[in-house]
Design a protein. Structure first.
Length: 353
């Protein structure tokens, strides 16, 4: 993940220290009695992370960012090769939250109603009855989203943004929490419909699982030889508890005006960089604010530091900018441009970093 420095920041070192201490097997975690506090949030966040990491080995940062997306009520786009654990990640997150989950395999003939649901005639009653589709799940894996037609993509992304489905003049609310983990294969382009930039912008993060290290791949190979580790996973928290913690972060974690301007300066920096033809939108500013709040809370803080902003800059911005053709021809990548933008914007000195 792109940052302005190669060494670990103070808040990153703090998270690493706390995660080491919390490495014990995850048990059921519940918020303490009375009013929720930052300790409750950290306990649940680390508990779910540790639980998922029993199944998803060697990818703790991806797990934490995926969980952060849930706490932001956002969605994640994975651009990755097949077989890297995306489906297992979706299942592990849903089991850890005791939440419903579903999977949609996208194909060119997939219709919007196959995802959102449709009305079916009940012959006994003589009337149409709405049958909810797989989108009415707390964790929805949309596999190879770029193989679905633009019409189906639009229906899915509209439901993601509005968190409701309208059919036959009636509106149906989606469950809370709700997250879509969408995947697309960066290699195979035949028979695909690339997501327009305006629709990609609706994803909070763009992440990549990537390949495992040598030791982690050996452990995965042996652990999946007899039975799947996911079958032994138990819930850490229920969806009602997660919903409470989502509200807690939104209402209690504070961001100073100085850090807010720092985010705005980063966003506007993407619009002024000579290698970037399309910079990040105002939606990116909102996404960065929400994600930075969750990251601060996961580090036992009720105040956002510039370090939190830098830590999620690449995941929030990489899919929201478009390079100029001449920049691509000279071999420059999106993350190269982002590193330059982050390095050029000075963090506020009055706020701890």
């Amino acid at each position: 993940m792109a940052t302005s420095a190669t060494t670990a920041t103070p808040s990153q070192r703090g998270r690493a220290t706390r995660r080491t201490a919390a490495a014990a097997p995850a048990a059921s975690v519940k918020p303490g009695p009375g009013k929720l506090g930052i300790t409750d949030f950290v306990k649940v966040f680390d508990g779910i992370t540790n639980n998922v990491c029993k199944v998803i080995l060697g990818k703790e940062e991806v797990v934490r960012l995926s969980l952060a997306a849930i706490m932001c009520e956002g969605h994640v786009l994975f651009e990755d090769l097949p077989g890297t654990g995306k489906s297992m990640l979706a299942r592990a997150l849903s089991v850890s939250m005791n939440a419903s989950n579903a999977r949609v395999q996208c194909t060119p003939d997939l219709l919007p109603g196959d995802i959102t649901g449709s009305s079916i005639l009940d012959q006994r009653k003589g009337e149409f009855e709405f049958k909810p589709g797989p989108i009415f799940s707390s964790v929805l894996l949309v596999d190879e989203i770029n193989r679905a037609s633009p019409k189906t993509q639009s229906a899915l992304l509209e439901a993601m943004a509005e968190r409701r489905v309208t059919a036959d003049g009636k509106t149906y609310d989606l469950p809370r929490p709700f997250i879509v983990l969408a995947t697309q294969n960066p290699i195979e382009q035949g028979g695909t419909f690339p997501l327009p930039e305006a629709q990609v912008d609706r994803f909070l993060f763009k992440l990549s699982m990537g390949y495992l290290s040598r030791d982690s791949e050996l452990e995965v190979m042996f652990s999946n030889g007899d039975n799947l580790p996911i079958d032994d996973l138990t819930p850490v928290m229920d969806t009602d508890g997660v919903s409470q913690l989502i509200k807690y972060v939104a209402q209690n974690v504070q961001m100073s005006k100085e850090v807010g301007f720092y985010i705005v300066d980063l966003i506007q920096g993407t619009r002024n960089d000579p290698a970037i033809s399309v910079g990040a939108s105002p939606r990116a500013s909102i996404a960065m604010l929400k994600a930075a709040k969750v990251l601060a809370a996961s580090d036992s803080r009720l105040e956002v530091y510039p370090d939190d902003v830098r830590a999620i800059a690449s995941a929030v911005l990489a899919h929201r900018i478009v390079l100029r053709p001449e920049a691509v021809l000279r071999g420059e990548g999106v993350r190269d441009a982002l590193e330059r933008v982050v390095a050029s914007v000075k963090p506020p000195l009055s706020v701890r970093s």
